[in-house]
Design a protein around this ligand. Structure first.
Ligand code: PEP
Length: 254
């Protein structure tokens, strides 16, 4: 399994075709930074066009429906996202868990459907501020992992986990490096208990207010294998600052 840091941009509900120039610039720069695996998850409407613009970086969806098809107005199946050019999908982002009342069981169904359609998945977990303040963060994240992760033969190699404390998303606040390391070690132990030895190879990304100026510090935390980036992935300039920091961190490790 690759040990390259994995830096994924989540464009959320941002972007029209005018933003394809950013994707193009990110892709061109990624060609010079091959120590880092780079990917973008644009909105569904831009997946196909972004795939056509970008030769090197991964392109993914931000969500898929759990069903293969049917009467689900406004939804997109994994096979449709894949057909549009997505090689992976994010599932269980806290904004979907909150806005669409997505349960762990539904997130697991979506992850399973995506893998069955031939995609990789980034499964998001993370505690709220109240849960952290009351000392429940590890228990909450542990339950999310047990309930949301897909299981079965050959599945572990398709999975990436993103730890995104809800209170750090889009707020400019981040946990301390020690707290990130502690949570990532907890997640690693859980992955090993779920997948056995294969759980050691699963990448765990940190997400929540990652910016060019804090990326090096956050990426150096224990067990952090990359970052899921929201706001700072919207322009090539700021996203590349994070990718360069990841490449430098990789140089220091080797
Ligand atoms: C996210 O929503 O996945 C995220 C990490 O957002 P931001 O980087 O803006 O905090």
């Amino acid at each position: 399994m690759t040990t390259r840091p994995y830096i994924v941009g989540n464009w959320k509900m941002h972007g029209t075709r005018a933003m394809l120039a950013e994707a193009r610039a990110i892709d061109r720069a990624a060609e010079r930074l091959l120590k880092v695996e780079v990917a973008l998850a644009p909105p569904f409407t831009l997946i196909h066009a972004t795939r056509k613009e970008a030769n090197l970086i991964g392109i993914g969806a931000q969500d898929v429906h759990a069903a293969e098809g049917g009467a689900h107005t406004g939804d997109i199946s994994a096979a449709m996202a894949k057909d549009a050019g997505a090689g992976f999908t994010i599932v269980g982002h806290s904004e979907r868990r909150a806005d669409h009342k997505e349960s762990n069981a539904l997130v697991q169904e979506k992850a399973t459907a995506a893998i069955a359609a031939g995609m990789n998945v980034i499964v998001c977990v993370g505690e709220t501020e109240e849960e952290r303040d009351s000392g429940k963060a590890e228990a909450v994240v542990g339950r999310q992992l047990t309930g949301s992760l897909p299981t079965g033969e050959g599945v572990a190699e398709k999975v990436t986990v993103a730890y995104e404390p809800v209170w750090a998303i889009g707020t400019g606040r981040t946990p301390t490096v020690d707290d990130i390391g502690a949570m990532h070690r907890h997640i690693r132990a859980k992955l090993v208990s779920i997948y056995g030895e294969e759980g050691q190879g699963i990448r765990i990304l940190y997400g929540g207010s990652v910016k060019p100026d804090n990326a090096a510090e956050l990426l150096a935390a224990d067990e952090v294998g990359g970052a899921l980036v929201g706001g700072a992935s919207l322009t090539a300039e700021s996203f590349l600052g994070i990718i360069v920091a990841a490449a430098e961190a990789q140089d220091e490790k080797s």
